[in-house]
Design a protein around this ligand. Structure first.
Ligand SMILES: C[S@@+](CC[C@H](N)C(=O)[O-])C[C@H]1O[C@@H](n2cnc3c(N)ncnc32)[C@H](O)[C@@H]1O
Length: 300
């Protein structure tokens, strides 16, 4: 996996592990380097858990029931599952910026769930010109978000949409070329690979030419969550079903780049974010891997 970035990441509070550090001294370390041995072990785990892929009928069942399974997930967990994200505005300051023009600034989140991104934007971005939209294919998630006491229907509109649909227009309250920022956080990974391109092509259609961009963060190849899958859970390479039936794909940088470029975007950022989380009590090391990217729609 090559690492390139056209942007410098400025984060405060980063902590980097050096050879002299005791790894169990802190709970987490940023931008941890992987050596060859570790890459090899990760590859072996993945080869092991994807040696057998599910039979076609079982794969179809998971794909067809994806929305039902996410709905069941939200019935069970309500809004307690996902946590407040300290990284949201440090990684994506674009979501907090105010805009001095009188023109409206439109943010659209795909797969918004119960509002882990939308609610912080409503709280911290008080620019009256900012209009927020969000969709999810789980009606339950949308309902839970709308009932949240911090939801503000004047500044935000959320609705049910299956982003794998070929045509989004009938479900959208806005037109083509009208969105400034599309947010995709841990959502493309939930979509079957065959439909990912359709999703990105639709994103492209609704962004403003020249300035509109997608802010993307999702699971990276060899993330701890991928290595932990047992054999029998693999639908196809790097795509798995969790115990509750929800699906998850693990990306690498080149694949994300290829998908966005093929949809017509230009690259602003494409980085791999590796973090070592430490369970000091159990002396366990957990390696997390995320891909973070920003892609802009060029002028026509
Ligand atoms: C891992 S959750 C992430 C939720 C939210 N983006 C967050 O970061 O907290 C994935 C979300 O994508 C939604 N989702 C999955 N497939 C979708 C699709 N085809 N269309 C719209 N939403 C979808 C799920 O219902 C779920 O809310």
């Amino acid at each position: 996996m090559g690492e390139t970035s056209n942007e410098t990441r400025k984060q405060f509070g980063n902590r980097y592990l050096t050879e002299d550090d005791n790894v169990f001294k802190h709970n987490a370390w940023d931008d941890v380097k992987w050596d060859e041995e570790q890459e090899k072990l990760a590859l072996e785990s993945v080869q092991k858990n994807s040696a057998i892929v599910m039979p076609t009928e079982q794969v179809s069942k998971y794909i067809n029931e994806a929305d039902t399974n996410w709905n069941a997930f939200y019935n069970l967990h309500q809004n307690k599952f996902f946590k407040d994200r300290h990284w949201l505005f440090t990684e994506f300051p674009e979501l907090k910026t105010s805009h001095s023009t009188s023109e409206s600034f439109n943010i659209f989140e795909i797969g918004c769930g119960v509002g882990n991104t939308i609610l912080p934007i409503l709280k911290y971005n008080n620019d009256d010109n900012v209009q927020i939209y969000g969709c999810d294919f789980s009606p339950r998630a949308i309902e839970i978000l709308q009932k949240n006491e911090n939801f503000d229907s004047k500044r935000c509109q959320v609705f049910v949409l299956d982003a794998t649909n070929e045509n989004w227009q009938d479900s959208l309250p806005f037109g083509e070329n009208s969105i400034d920022i599309i947010v995709m956080i841990f959502v493309l990974s939930a979509i079957k690979p065959e439909r990912m391109q359709t999703v990105l092509e639709n994103c492209f259609k609704y962004l403003k030419p020249g300035t509109g961009q997608v802010l993307f963060r999702d699971y990276g190849r060899y993330d701890l969550a991928q290595l932990r899958f047992k054999a029998g859970k693999c639908l196809q390479n790097n795509f798995y079903a969790r115990g509750d039936g929800t699906l998850v794909y693990f990306f690498d940088q080149d694949e994300i780049r290829m998908r966005f470029l093929n949809a017509g975007f230009v690259e602003g950022q494409n980085i791999v974010d590796r973090r070592l989380q430490v369970n000091r009590g159990k002396q366990l090391k957990m390696y997390r891997v995320w891909i973070q990217a920003k892609y802009r729609k060029p002028n026509e």
